[in-house]
Design a protein around this ligand. Structure first.
Ligand code: ADP
Ligand code: MG
Length: 223
């Protein structure tokens, strides 16, 4: 079962995963109100459909004011979003997630999936965040790291440091990335995820890590 971004984020935040404040809106008026509640500054209006690639298709817009959030929500709500993940018929948008705007320095890719063959959880990471990872995997497979965490041994500092090193994280930021990876791993197991994809995981201009997008698939049998 696939979750919407806002549902995934709300669940993940319970495990200490860093996300930005946001509100769900079904009308442009609600989106404007959400933007005001978020402080009235820069915010992002994000279509909530079960598909990635929304940004390129016009489903993610940065608004500089609550009035702009109203305008973008008017455009996005009711639109049929066509992305490489929706199929040609697209997906109708009936709600948007209005989220605080982040000052992005770097965008990384980080995901976790059940690795049945290895009886564990595969952590996949890349510096090429924000892009379509399938394409990176195809053209530049060396830019993607896979680390398998065996079920019996669990996640260790070693796994986290390998990811941090591959992503070129500054030494004094490795511990904070490790904290994010640990919270994601805990959530992954507790929620019985099949897949948990954060693309992008960002590093802000002041050095913090935040999950800016979240795609979660839960195991239906576990549900
Ligand atoms: P999708 O993967 O469906 O295109 P994302 O949530 O990844 O949607 O958003 C696309 C891009 O929009 C991100 O890579 C990021 O650059 C930008 N973005 C998303 N959310 C925010 C935010 N809260 N603040 C600033 N930029 C954002
Ligand atoms: Mg994304």
């Amino acid at each position: 079962m696939n979750l919407h971004e806002y549902q995934a984020k709300q669940l993940l935040s319970k495990f200490g995963v860093p996300i930005l404040a946001g509100e769900l809106a079904y009308t442009p008026r609600e989106a404007q109100r959400a933007a005001i509640n978020l402080g009235g500054g820069v915010c992002v209006v994000k279509a909530q459909v079960h598909a990635g690639g929304r940004g390129k298709a016009g489903g993610v817009k940065v608004a500089k004011s609550p009035d702009e959030a109203f305008d973008y929500a008017s455009k996005i709500l009711g639109m049929t979003l066509v992305t490489p993940q929706t199929g040609a018929q697209g997906k109708l948008v009936n709600k948007v997630w209005v989220e605080a705007g982040a000052a992005i320095d770097k965008e990384f890719y980080l995901s976790m999936l059940v690795d049945r063959a290895e009886c564990g959880v595969a952590i996949v990471a890349s510096k090429e965040g924000g892009m379509e990872i399938e394409e990176v995997a195809h053209t530049n497979p060396e830019k993607i790291l896979t680390v398998v965490v065996k079920r019996e041994s669990g996640l260790s500092g070693f796994h986290c440091r390998r990811v941090a090193q591959f992503l070129g994280i500054e030494k004094d930021k490795v511990a904070s990335l490790e904290k994010v990876i640990r919270s994601l791993y805990t959530a992954f197991l507790a929620l019985d995820c099949e897949m948990l994809e954060v693309n992008p995981l960002i590093q802000t201009k002041d050095g913090q890590f935040i999950c800016l997008d979240a795609k979660v698939a839960l195991d239906e049998n576990a549900m």
